[in-house]
Design a protein around this ligand. Sequence first.
Ligand SMILES: NC(=O)c1ccc[n+]([C@@H]2O[C@H](COP(=O)([O-])OP(=O)(O)OC[C@H]3O[C@@H](n4cnc5c(N)ncnc54)[C@H](OP(=O)(O)O)[C@@H]3O)[C@@H](O)[C@H]2O)c1
Length: 297
Amino acid sequence: MAKNWTKETFTLNTGAKINAVGLGTWQSKPNEVRDAVKAALQAGYRHIDTALAYGNEQEVGQGIKDSGVPRDQIWITTKLDNPWHKRVEEGIQSSLKSLGVDYVDLYLMHWPSSTDPTDLKKHYPDWDFRDTWAEMQKLPASGRVKNIGVSNFAIRNLEKLFADERTNIIPAVNQIELHPNCPSPKLLDYCKEKGIHCTAYSCLGSTDSPLAKDETLHSIAKAKGKTPQQVLLMWGLQRGTSVIPKSVTASRIQANFELDGWELTEEEMKKLSSLPDRFKVCGDSWLPVKVFFGDDE
Ligand SMILES: NC(=O)c1ccc[n+]([C@@H]2O[C@H](COP(=O)([O-])OP(=O)(O)OC[C@H]3O[C@@H](n4cnc5c(N)ncnc54)[C@H](OP(=O)(O)O)[C@@H]3O)[C@@H](O)[C@H]2O)c1
């Protein structure tokens, strides 16, 4: 039977339940995001995704307050920025202060890149993501972070993390780019096997996506009487991933949440999973270290 996805959650390896649908906020400008967050929460969203690197945590926090929805009914995810890897404690303090909350539900290592803050082209010679994770593992005990996870981790880096003798918490979540042009089935299977939930970012193909014009997608959407974006979100949900579409447009925020009581057939899922074009919106060329190795597909 078709699910009511707006009410669904996925259970993490900590027992916590993450709402299946959330609002993304990357590239949502501070002057737009406050209203977007408020509109989303008033439309029924209960999951907001932000990051220190997005430079909008303060306005996201204001939008949460404006909505009138009690804090304990909202799942908030934020992320540790790359140049903050040696300053995990400062990073979380900064995010909590900006958001105006006492705790976040999920704190992610944004990228497995311990970037030197004095020169963003350089990686620390004496520190990497395993050291950062060792620091992050101290956070849940403080109550200020309910769950910890990673983002943009490929199988190779997850293996490296697990091989470190200090690693005693399996990430609850790996937030990764996932859409029909980047389905990464191997990485999804690997995470499933390890008990790591995956959240799909750029689930609509991101800003000015060529995916939005894809003919196969449009024909499926037309046949179902849905928008291409609703079909993309349903594809992500039916693969067992949470989805965090970004929009600053109230009508789109509303439409992206119309995900109850319908589903894609197996054949429609298969068609979308086999689109010939493959690309990532978020590559690693801007980082001082390679994090994608082309073997997760
Ligand atoms: N962990 C990471 O490294 C990472 C990387 C990338 C993204 N993320 C997270 O994932 C979230 C989503 O990814 P994303 O921001 O890259 O892109 P996305 O959600 O795939 O796409 C956002 C784009 O789609 C447009 N859009 C939204 N709903 C639409 C609709 N119904 N019809 C037509 N266009 C629509 C938005 O425009 P308007 O806003 O103008 O309406 C925006 O241009 C981010 O916001 C962020 O929270 C995380």
